[in-house]
Design a protein around this ligand. Sequence first.
Ligand code: AMP
Ligand code: MG
Length: 525
Amino acid sequence: MTDDLRFLRRFLDTLPGDPESSNSTRPVVGAAWSRVQPTAVAAPRLLAWSRPLAAELGLTSERMQDPTTAAVLGGNAVWPGMAPYAANYGGHQFGNWAGQLGDGRAIVLGELVTPAGAVQELQLKGAGPTPYSRRGDGRAVLRSSIREFLCSEAMWALGVPTTRALSLVGTGDRVVRDMFYDGNPQYEPGAIVCRVAPSFLRFGNFELPSSRGDLPLLRRLVDFALGLHFPQLGAPGRPAYEALLHEVAARTARLIAHWQAIGFVHGVMNTDNMSLLGLTIDYGPYGWIDDFDLGWTPNTTDAGQRRYAFGNQPGVGLWNVARLGEALLPLLDDDERVVEGALGHYQQVYATAAGERFGNKLGLHFDAAAGDGELLQQLFTWLSATRIDMTLFFRALAPLLLVDAAPSELPTSVRAAFYGEVEPEHAVAGTEWLQRWWRRARSAARPPAVSAAAMAACNPKFVLRNWLAQEAIDAAHQGELGKVERLLRVFERPFDEQPGHDDLAQKRPDWAKNKPGCSALSCSS
Ligand code: AMP
Ligand code: MG
């Protein structure tokens, strides 16, 4: 049954590996990967899986539900052709160089050739220790696995570049976690997500050999990435290296502009969590903006510094690209102007992408000369002052554009997106802004109905609000997986009205305001 699945070993065959095969945690020098086997679990059970992704990978429904598949996706077996390994990388964590990190609880099973001829890596997260596990157990808990599983697929449906999630498997084992870092460790159910991406290469894969002065390995990694993932940039050599840095800068800028436009906060933008392909990667203590607050971070570990807060993400992306640029300097004849050029490029691409995305959200073709920069700035000021619900606010705009007069007062749909009382001055300022926006958007050449339809296609109705994920997690802890399944299905179509699912498109209820998992999360997952 598995003969028809074809796996490649490009990473293993092209890049140098670790000659040692023990799982003992240790520095691994001169190697991009270590061979490692997943550690078997007690009772792997497929709890949920992504139908669209399975179809793309050529995995039929029958195969997905076959017990041998749960065994593979739970780390108890491998399909022929799979050759599991953990990747070696470093990273800057919270602004500081952290040295070697590596896949401490992620294991790549293999590179699957899809029916369309693409290649996708399958990676288990939570499948046991590797040489990079340091003090960790290599496992993942059910709550964080549900969050990663659901959000990966929800982001994909929103059109955001992301690693995907094929499956959520319960392990039947329990894992100990000190969820609040308060000295109260508890047993929690363990789980494993199978992540899927064309490549899991991170900025940190390049930073590590560069930090060690291992230029041969650095060059092999860059040449490998160029050849497989950026062939359009030309053959390895200084011009291609320069183009690579520019391209990664641009992809990162566009990715973060997308995050800002939908209110996604990654939470841990360390350079080991930055994808070379510009994908959203490593869903940990991420969160979604309910009430608009540029200073909000979902990550309790970052509550003091707020380094990775919503409004800081574009700047952090830039900082991270600078770290990648520094790492590549030895391949760029140490010419720092190349890095400066890439950073300038990032800023330019970010400004254009953010203008476009927010322009589209407002039904405008963004035009600085028409005063759209000021219009947006005024909007951000008002959103920040009112702390209105971001998703509901933007979703309320398209219908207003279809009314043949500018709003004369704050519309009910906008009032409904407030978390508290609507202060009179906020109502006045909001109405004035809506009038300016309405006149500007209605002055467009295209008919309002066309603009409104385009707005509905980029202002989602459904985003994976933290409390929704938490409700599904609480139910899953009681053995009830219906809520996970429902979120998975509804979030496949986030821009559609989907009558009957309005309860999943509500602002955060009061009970969720300070509940763990709903407002703040720790990294302990
Ligand atoms: P993260 O903050 O999840 O991106 O992880 C940072 C580093 O810690 C990576 O090298 C991870 O592989 C490692 N790590 C995180 N959690 C665990 C765990 N439970 N066991 C082993 N390594 C882990
Ligand atoms: Mg990580």
